[in-house]
Design a protein around this ligand. Structure first.
Ligand SMILES: [Zn+2]
Length: 138
């Protein structure tokens, strides 16, 4: 009888876990144009508007990432609107030659890496876009 109750409890837990917004992945080409919301264009030519947390938004408004093949995990907030998971979960990766890569920004003066575009936190020099293998980032 006790085993049976445990199983019931487990079943209830797993049902509960399935309730929040289900995690999904969108893949396609980034289209970044100034003054327009960033979108990903899928292989089926669907355009999905992307949103995310503050650093993700900065990346999505960087014209240098325009045209990248990306894969983003998160969930749809409305049809055609996709919210990317927080950046620290590495929810947005670039497919470069079949390899997943992280979008990073590098200051070659201070050797400081950032995950959003903008001036270096140390010397204020504009950081350079650099794609890094996910395996190289610990
Ligand atoms: Zn610097």
């Amino acid at each position: 009888m006790r085993v049976c109750l445990c199983l019931l409890a487990l079943a209830a837990l797993s049902l509960h876990a399935a309730a929040p917004a289900k995690n999904e992945t969108v893949r396609g080409k980034l289209v970044v144009r100034s003054g327009e919301a960033p979108v990903v264009e899928t292989a089926e030519h669907a355009r999905i508007v992307l949103d995310g947390d503050a650093p993700t938004r900065k990346v999505l408004h960087d014209p240098r990432v325009n045209g990248f093949e990306v894969e983003a995990s998160g969930h749809f907030t409305a049809p055609g609107k996709f919210l990317i998971d927080p950046q620290h979960t590495r929810a947005l990766v670039v497919r470069d030659g079949g390899k997943p890569k992280m979008i990073t920004y590098w200051c070659d003066v201070c050797y400081i890496r950032a995950y959003a575009p903008g001036p270096c936190v140390c010397c204020q020099k504009d950081t350079d876009l650099e794609l890094r293998d996910l395996d190289d980032i610990r």
